[in-house]
Ligand binder design. Structure first.
Ligand SMILES: O=P(O)(O)OC[C@H]1O[C@H](O[C@H]2O[C@H](CO)[C@@H](O)[C@H](O)[C@H]2O)[C@H](O)[C@@H](O)[C@@H]1O
Length: 259
């Protein structure tokens, strides 16, 4: 299939299409320090080009909504909503909503330092307010360290009533009851989407792919490919080369819609 062929479901229904994009690994190249991640330089410009031609743009991310807005440079992009922390938070046109903190997060925050005391150097805890992400990318053996941490993090999740979200060299402790699939389904219904482009790179995006299938709309599922996660590629309509490939595909779409 050529690129314009795969874009046909979106081009044919562009006025009612929702473009749903993940942030890290999809719009933003993966970097060692989570706080240093920034969107690809062409991400905001291409979203600005797409905005007038589609029903809505939505970023569905594990990041706090405000971090994604800041790291993406998305503040002034029209027709854009950010659903942060797997759908718990929302930012749209400068309006931000966030729920009360799940009590388990405070308990996990207190217990994690002691639990991680004997872990190798390079294990990093990212406190996102509604969730705690335990990163191993900077450890000498990231996968070995992640595998060893899994049972410890699972046990803490059990004690605190939290859910473990695995990702690219990360285990997140976050409240249960939300995921990218539920967030996408609710958003597609709210906006009366007639077509969907869904792009992601990580295990958390599988739920969004499944939701796109279940909604039964014309859809294009895009995998931002990497050597780190292969599960998404099997379920995608197209695999592109990381954030560079994602913004190139979005630029193809924008070009087609501008004519
Ligand atoms: O849903 P996403 O937008 O993909 O966010 C998922 C998590 O991404 C971030 O971690 C990942 O990116 C980091 C920066 O490139 C990288 O260092 C890390 O190894 C990756 O797992 C972010 O830090 C998490 O909070 C997000 O939930």
């Amino acid at each position: 299939m050529t690129i314009p062929d795969v874009l046909a479901p979106i081009i044919d229904h562009s006025g009612e299409a929702v473009i749903a994009l993940d942030f890290d690994g999809t719009l933003a190249p993966i970097v060692a320090d989570p706080a240093a991640a920034r969107a690809h330089p062409q991400a905001a410009p291409v979203l600005r080009r797409l905005a007038p031609h589609v029903r809505s743009l939505v970023i569905i991310t594990g990041r706090p909504a405000l971090s994604a807005v800041e790291y993406g440079g998305f503040e002034t992009i029209p027709n854009l909503t950010v659903l942060g922390q797997y759908g718990l938070e929302r930012w749209s046109d400068g309006t931000y909503t966030t729920p009360e903190e799940h009590p388990g997060v405070a308990e996990a925050r207190r217990k994690l330092p002691l639990i991680l005391e004997r872990q190798p150097a390079g294990v990093l805890v990212e406190d996102k307010g509604h969730a705690l992400a335990v990163h191993t990318r900077q450890a000498a053996e990231p996968q070995v360290t992640l595998d060893r941490l899994r049972s410890i993090v699972d046990a803490l999740a059990e004690r605190t009533g939290l859910h473990v979200e695995p990702g690219r060299f990360v285990l997140e402790l976050r409240p249960p009851g939300v995921d990218k699939g539920a967030a996408l389904t609710a958003y597609a219904r709210e906006t009366k989407a007639g077509a969907l482009l869904v792009a992601g790179d990580d295990l958390g995006d599988l739920a969004a792919f499944a939701a796109a299938d279940a909604l039964g709309l014309p859809a294009l599922k895009v995998c931002s490919g990497s050597d780190e996660v292969t599960a998404l590629a099997d379920r995608a309509d197209i695999v592109v080369d990381g954030p560079e490939g994602v913004v190139a595909l979005l630029a193809e779409l924008a070009g087609a819609l501008e004519h």
